[in-house]
Design a protein around this ligand. Structure first.
Ligand SMILES: [Zn+2]
Length: 175
């Protein structure tokens, strides 16, 4: 039971225990009237291809889903745009630079961290990148691999949203 309506018990503003879930999307405090909304967090994911047209997947270094495969990317910071987040994440994870990017599509996900469900909107971009010769695997990834339509193991991908970004890019039906 990691949904916000099950986990959050006290008003984050006044500390009252009369912090009442209105539905899965909002809470209201009966003492201070603070109205708290559970919004979707934006996250970005990059499709990067090697010279053979294979797609780069990263190996997750930490929970959740440690060891499973993912696309490069991550959460968008407060006061940050999607494009900036993508450039920042690719720099942090791979030490690579984004030269151009093209929107693919977006898919919802539920990301459970610290026994708490974060609702996300995962936004996929096809990226042209540079800096292959100085690529450095770091931050929250432990390795990378390249896959094609023929070699991908869909069960090794951490989330349905990431599968769907790859499926969209390859023109396959989404789940
Ligand atoms: Zn309150």
């Amino acid at each position: 039971m990691t949904l916000p309506s099950k986990v959050l018990q006290f008003c984050p503003k006044c500390g009252s225990n009369k912090f009442i879930a209105q539905d899965e999307k909002s809470f209201k405090c009966d003492d201070c009237q603070f109205h708290f909304f559970v919004n979707s967090a934006a996250a970005v994911a990059a499709i990067i291809e090697n010279s053979k047209g294979e797609v780069m997947l990263t190996v997750r270094a930490f929970a959740p889903n440690k060891g499973m495969l993912d696309l490069p990317g991550g959460f968008v910071d407060p006061n940050e745009g999607l494009e900036h987040a993508l450039k920042r994440e690719l720099h942090e994870e791979l030490n690579m630079e984004v030269d151009s990017l093209k929107y693919i599509g977006s898919f919802p996900n539920q990301y459970v961290f610290s026994e708490y469900t974060v609702f996300t909107t995962d936004v996929g971009f096809h990226c042209q990148v540079s800096g292959w010769n100085k690529m450095h695997i770091q931050d929250d990834i432990s390795d990378i691999t390249f896959v094609s339509k023929e070699t991908i193991n869909w069960d090794s991908i951490a989330s349905t949203s990431i599968k769907n970004i790859i499926r969209s890019y390859w023109g396959l039906p989404t789940e």
